[in-house]
Design a protein around this ligand. Structure first.
Ligand code: BTN
Length: 331
């Protein structure tokens, strides 16, 4: 049995033994059920241990104790209940950027809903040429390939849609505390807990594909963040006080994303505006909005179904579809 076959068998053993935590399984019984040799089942169990699963193993018996703290496809799949998003799920241990790999895969025909995750990124990218700090074992770095049948002008709202899916996911862990900072950030207590990077690829003025990337700070301690962002960032663990299962949270996020995305190409954010407004950290605030080298100051009064922000500037309503916002303190 080669390494790939052994890893495949390890997955099969896992899905069998994890159904009944603490139950003792005879290796000979598993071998019969999985049509394998007992010696291979034993080796597969060793593989599971090397992946971080807590398993009690003797020459004749296996007992599942605890899942590994990993963002592997096996773990995410275990919790995943979607129909399209994540049905093709590719997990890497380390890569430069999940958005880059997703784009390469989309360009070579990967199906809509394909999801790339990484345990760590060495060149995680943020908006406006910034980097995204992507250390191992504490966060989730996810890219989703979508091919919406709509005009490219409708794409900007996808970032707001994704921020909403993230906010609704985090609500379970930090109820009442999550905010969306238009257009791409999710905040808790004014600190960033997740950021969205949506990249649009067009052909002949039509959408070829869109890569929606999200980085989520899940189990970081404050000292895990570099000094430069320590005062600006937080994690779900810090706010909730509990260590969070990253694979489960990733699956939950993909489910929220699928729910929001279903209606997007037809009605954009139409059905979600009420929730988006309720989560917004900007509405009612005086803001400075920078787009390129232009800047405007006014009051953020609404978000429309295209995902644009409506700002009142000297009594006039201005609609903006992207930019970098600073809230004017005391407004
Ligand atoms: C931002 O807040 O500026 C957006 C951050 C987006 C980070 C994610 S992590 C997964 C995906 N891969 C990347 O290189 N970037 C996005």
């Amino acid at each position: 049995m080669n390494q790939a076959e052994l890893e495949q068998l390890a997955d099969e053993v896992l899905s069998f033994i994890r159904k009944k935590r603490k139950q003792i399984f005879a290796i000979s019984t598993l071998a019969k059920k999985l049509k394998s040799e007992s010696s291979d089942i034993y080796k597969a169990a060793k593989v599971l241990k090397s992946w971080g699963y807590v398993i009690k193993l003797s020459k004749s018996e296996i007992t599942f104790r605890q899942a590994a703290d990993t963002l592997s496809a096996t773990e995410i799949n275990y919790y995943l209940k979607t129909k399209i998003i994540g049905q093709n799920l590719v997990s890497f241990h380390s890569l430069k950027s999940t958005n880059d790999i997703a784009s390469q895969m989309a360009a070579t025909g990967a199906a809509e809903g394909t999801v790339i995750t990484a345990e760590k990124q060495t060149l995680g990218r943020g908006r406006l040429g910034r980097s995204w700090h992507s250390p191992e074992k504490v966060g989730a770095y996810i890219s989703i390939i979508i091919t919406p049948k709509m005009s490219p002008e409708k794409a900007p709202g996808l970032s707001v849609m994704t921020a909403l899916a993230a906010a609704e996911t985090f609500e379970k862990y930090c109820p009442g505390k999550v905010r969306i900072k238009w257009p791409n950030d999710v905040l808790i207590g004014n600190r960033k807990v997740a950021g969205v990077l949506t990249e649009l690829y067009t052909k002949n003025n039509k959408i070829d594909y869109v890569i929606v990337g999200i980085g989520i700070n899940i189990n970081q301690k404050q000292t895990d963040f570099p000094q430069t962002i320590r005062k600006l960032a937080t994690s779900l663990r810090q706010v909730s006080g509990k260590k969070i299962n990253r694979a489960e949270l990733t699956a939950e996020f993909l489910q929220h994303f699928e729910k929001e995305y279903k209606s997007y190409p037809k009605s954009q954010l139409g059905g979600s505006l009420k929730r988006i407004r309720a989560y917004s950290s900007l509405l009612g605030q005086t803001i400075i909005l920078k787009t390129g080298d232009k800047s405007l100051t006014g009051q953020a009064i609404d978000i429309d179904k295209t995902g644009a922000l409506i700002v009142e500037v000297n009594g006039e309503k201005v609609t903006v579809s992207g930019g970098e916002v600073t809230v004017v303190k005391g407004s």
